[in-house]
Design a protein around this ligand. Structure first.
Ligand SMILES: [Zn+2]
Length: 177
């Protein structure tokens, strides 16, 4: 890289933008009474959810996540509009595990780990998978739930193995038989 300064056009770019946060409990109601959520935060559940902020964004990409800057929840309005209600519910439970992890000072996107092997992801998936089973979901349904576009088949199967979900036989095997 040349040390010479680039000749940028004369534009204005904001550097510090205030985000719009809303209280989680104003939008996601009743989660404070969910047993799986109480299992995440323990006796601090109500206080933790009362403190939690949510930021909505509009994009067809992405579902929801937790900011690794300050630990608030970010949620796609497109996903809320079009996603499966059960999946959204399980995703909230999953993300709440990340909310607690962030509060504990854990690195949410630890370096050197692939998504299916990241300890923070495995813990979050274990909690929402257990909740999915309690709801009566089968391994096949749970495997479907684990599918996201950023994981290829190999990573998907790896994640399933790491969180105790039985993967269906590989399509290749089925064709040969
Ligand atoms: Zn996660």
């Amino acid at each position: 890289m040349s040390p010479k300064a680039l000749n940028l056009p004369d534009v204005q770019i904001p550097r510090i933008v205030r985000l719009k946060y809303r209280p989680f409990l104003d939008y996601f109601k009743g989660f404070e009474d969910v047993e799986a959520v109480r299992g995440i935060f323990g006796p601090q559940t109500k206080a933790a959810l009362r403190r939690l902020k949510v930021e909505f964004f509009s994009s067809k990409w992405g579902y929801m996540g937790v900011s690794d800057e300050d630990g608030h929840l970010v949620v796609s309005t497109h996903y809320l509009r079009t996603g499966n209600r059960r999946d959204i519910y399980l995703d909230v439970v999953h993300e709440l595990v990340h909310v607690r992890q962030f509060k504990e000072g854990k690195e949410l996107f630890p370096e050197g780990f692939n998504y299916p092997d990241a300890p923070t992801e495995i813990e979050a998936y274990r909690v929402c998978i257990t909740e999915g089973r309690r709801l009566g979901m089968t391994d096949r349904e749970l495997f479907q739930y684990l599918k996201v576009e950023w994981m290829d088949e190999k990573d998907l199967r790896k994640l399933a193995g790491n969180v105790g979900v039985k993967a269906p036989p590989k399509p290749r095997d089925r064709r040969r038989q």
